[in-house]
Every structure is written in structure tokens, then in C-alpha cells.
Design a protein around this ligand. Sequence first.
Ligand code: AMP
Length: 140
Amino acid sequence: MEKECIFCKIIRNEIPTPKIFENEKFLAFLDINPVNFGHALIVPKEHTETIISAKSLILREMLPVSKKIAAAIMEARKAQGFNLCINNYKAAGQLVPHLHLHVVPRYDADSVTIDKQKTKKYLPGEMERLASQLKEILMK
Ligand code: AMP
């Protein structure tokens, strides 16, 4: 755990965030600046910056977690597809130096790009409602 890392703070419940999945090694929560509603982040609880520094076991276990989360997001958001993306280092657009896998729901012709200026805003309460819906789907 890194004291000042924003994702470590979320893991330690120091920053309230609507969480959608948690197990011993990973936490998943909704991105606060979604490129499409339902955009989620999966983070290993053990702090590491990129896939280069991550333990191979964590990388192996992250994909099966993403499969569950992506299926739940597809169902809840009636998405037609999804992207999995990891930005590694600042030059590649990594803003938070704690490894995280983006799960982005996609729709035919939704014109989504990786341009971070084009994010959407949840209305008050919407993010919490969607997180509860996803949690329910994930518990089925
Ligand atoms: P990256 O650019 O790959 O490092 O992505 C970091 C992501 O973390 C961005 O999409 C941010 O919107 C998201 N983010 C930053 N702070 C929070 C937060 N407190 N809760 C949820 N998502 C966050």
C-alpha cells in the first residue's frame, strides 16, 4: 500500500467510491470520469505501478476477473461490446500510477476514443445505482 496513492486510498476505504466487486486480491469500481456509463476499473490490492512491475500471478488472475466484470457491465448497460485497456506509464496516458485495467462498455458507432476530454458525467445517485445493479449481477 502506498500512502498517497489514490487507488490505495480507495482500497483502504479512505475515499468513498461505489465498488462493484472485491475479492482477496482485486477491487473493481466505477470510473468517476466514464468514457461510457459503466466504465469500470479493476485494480490489484497490492500496489504496483504497471504490468512490468506486477507479479505474473496477479496478471494471470486479472483476466478472469475482467471476464466477470465485463459480462456484468454488458448485461447492466446493454452494451454491444467492450474494451479492456491498461495504460502503462505517463507517456501512454497513465494518470494514476497504480496498475488498473479499464473495462469500457461499447456500442455500435458510439464514436468513443481514448481522448480523456470526452468523458461523461453521471447524474447524482446514478453511479451508486449502477454499482448496486452490477453487484447484484455479480452475486448471481
Ligand atoms: P489512467 O489514465 O489509465 O491512469 O486512468 C485513471 C482513471 O482513474 C481515469 O479514467 C480516472 O477517471 C479514474 N479515477 C481517478 N480518480 C478516481 C476516483 N476517485 N474514483 C474513480 N475513478 C477515478
